[in-house]
Design a protein around this ligand. Structure first.
Ligand SMILES: Nc1ncnc2c1ncn2[C@@H]1O[C@H](COP(=O)(O)OP(=O)(O)OP(=O)(O)O)[C@@H](O)[C@H]1O
Ligand SMILES: [Mg+2]
Length: 289
């Protein structure tokens, strides 16, 4: 039996995934052979994301090569590794943009990500922030957040009158969380690069994601903005699970979280930053360059 589902099947344990849009009925029926190996993946905690043996090949080149990884509910995890290690490809697999050739990918206990569309995965609670902020420059901070509330229902000017009380609260809360409440009426195009990044994070928070994926969130930010971003992400951990891909080791240190080093499409090392930084293989392929 798959250890993850063995763990999950215990009666009385909280069911963290309620609304599987697709494939929910197939919980526990991962294809045969993908059995978690004790000692490889720690499934003793409440797991929010579970990847096992994921392989993605482009014309025979393995961007991901039997990648196995598990993230606990509420955990923040930093992913580091050299260019081409497969970090972005891993996010593409998690969000359904790329289908793995082999392997298992689960959100929570029941959602088989390899059987869901990108839209279904987003609705199921995985939010992704790309490196370049994609806020609407002509719109104010508040209008950007209304837009995020509208989600895939589309945007029209009368939206503000149609927002439910709960949505208004979520907007206020998201603005407070990212420190943009005082900038609510400013046009997003006038914000600093860091503020735009935070606005985009706020737009993701509106969707109340279970898991947030952030690809190089502090690239191009000032030291002060980088520090504020680390603070913000630390604050989000617990309520959300986070996967943060970053090359900036100073920032990774500020996240104070577990670190996974990817290399050639699989996990090279994992542990606290100090441990992986002193790992000879990590120094050789990445940090020592
Ligand atoms: N669509 C694609 N077609 C062919 N090769 C690809 C494709 N996407 C990624 N690759 C290759 O897969 C490997 C992993 O790329 P990926 O973008 O995941 O690396 P990364 O760890 O995010 O690197 P970086 O730190 O530079 O962002 C690279 O060698 C890349 O050239
Ligand atoms: Mg990348």
């Amino acid at each position: 039996m798959n250890m993850l589902h063995g763990h999950v099947a215990k009666p009385g344990e909280p069911q963290e995934v309620r609304d599987a849009p697709l494939g929910g009925g197939e919980a526990g029926t991962t294809s045969g052979g993908h059995v978690a190996r004790a000692g490889v993946i720690d499934v003793s905690h409440n797991v929010i994301l579970y990847l096992e043996n994921i392989t993605v090949a482009f014309d025979g080149f393995k961007a991901l090569d039997a990648l196995s990884l598990s993230i606990d509910d509420g955990e923040m995890r930093a992913i580091i590794g050299p260019n081409g290690a497969g970090k972005t490809t891993m996010m593409d697999v998690i969000t359904g943009k790329t289908r793995p050739d082999t392997g298992t990918a689960f959100l929570g206990q029941t959602m088989d990500l390899t059987r869901m569309s990108e839209a279904q995965i987003a609705r199921a609670g995985i939010g992704r922030k790309f490196q370049k902020p994609s806020v609407f420059e002509q719109a104010s901070v508040l209008e950007n957040l209304w837009l995020a509330c509208a989600g895939d229902r589309g945007w029209f000017p009368s939206l503000r009158h149609r927002l439910a009380v709960g949505q208004r609260e979520r907007i206020e809360q998201a603005m407070e969380t990212v420190g943009l409440a005082a900038e609510r009426d400013r046009v997003a195009g006038m914000l600093s690069h860091g503020q735009k990044q935070w606005l985009e994070i706020a737009m993701l928070l509106i969707q109340e994601p279970k898991l947030l994926l952030l690809d190089e969130p502090v690239a191009g930010l000032s030291d002060e903005e980088t520090e504020k971003t680390a603070q913000l992400l630390r604050q989000l951990a617990g309520r959300h699970s986070l996967i943060v891909v970053e090359h900036d080791m100073h920032f990774v240190a500020q996240l104070q979280c577990r670190v996974t080093v990817l290399h050639q499409g699989s996990v090279l090392a994992e542990g606290d930053l100090e441990t992986v930084q002193s790992d000879a293989r990590v120094i050789e392929v990445y940090l020592g360059r």
